[in-house]
Write a protein that binds this ligand. Sequence first.
Ligand code: AMP
Length: 229
Amino acid sequence: MSLRASSNEAGVYRLVLIGAPASGKGSQAKLLAKKMGIYHLSTGAVIREHMRRGTELGERCREMMNEARLVPDEIVMEVVKSELEDDHVGYVLDGFPRTVDQAEMLDDWLGERGEKLNRVISLEVPKEELEQRVQSRVVCLDCGHPFQLGGRVNSVDEPCPECGGKLGQRSDDTIETFHQRYREFEELTIPVIDYYRRQGLLQTVDGGRKRDEVYGEIEKILDLQITRS
Ligand code: AMP
């Protein structure tokens, strides 16, 4: 059974992956994008790229990004609109929306275009497991792919298994930053999960397992949508 059937009638997939910091949403979004041929939009990665290029938007975000604080909803929405304006065969949003205001802005913008999200997947992982992951997380400094030490890589000195680039640690990957982000997740993003649950779009997935097992369940969920619709 193909994943194609989980798109809407126009054949376009609009998915949101939501979860606490280090819940694995970046890895799962990348896998989904690769296997389904859809666009992976990580708002954090786009903003980091703006900062690297020194654009005006990047400069407006720099201080907040360095302190791991959320950037204002209007700025992130600007990023999302400009990234999604072009017609994609579909997309998976990773790291957005993170507040109910952002979710409402997204709904309004999609509504103006006569579009809707297909599915929102929430990755659930116990806090203790997240803390452990943060402490063993490395990312590729070239392609941004995240890895767990002891998983596909054993040391930060190995080349990136995805692109051969150099691995390193994200400057905002400290346990203190994690706690700040987790509080923010509880306060601002859990209400977003409830928002989508009320809309009947939400599916929860146990994200505390191996990457491929989690992905298998996400695939099943998207397939389930086929048999139901
Ligand atoms: P991430 O890569 O998703 O962990 O995001 C890194 C940083 O980008 C966050 O700490 C925020 O400063 C900013 N950011 C990314 N997405 C959003 C969002 N949806 N709302 C507000 N700030 C965001």
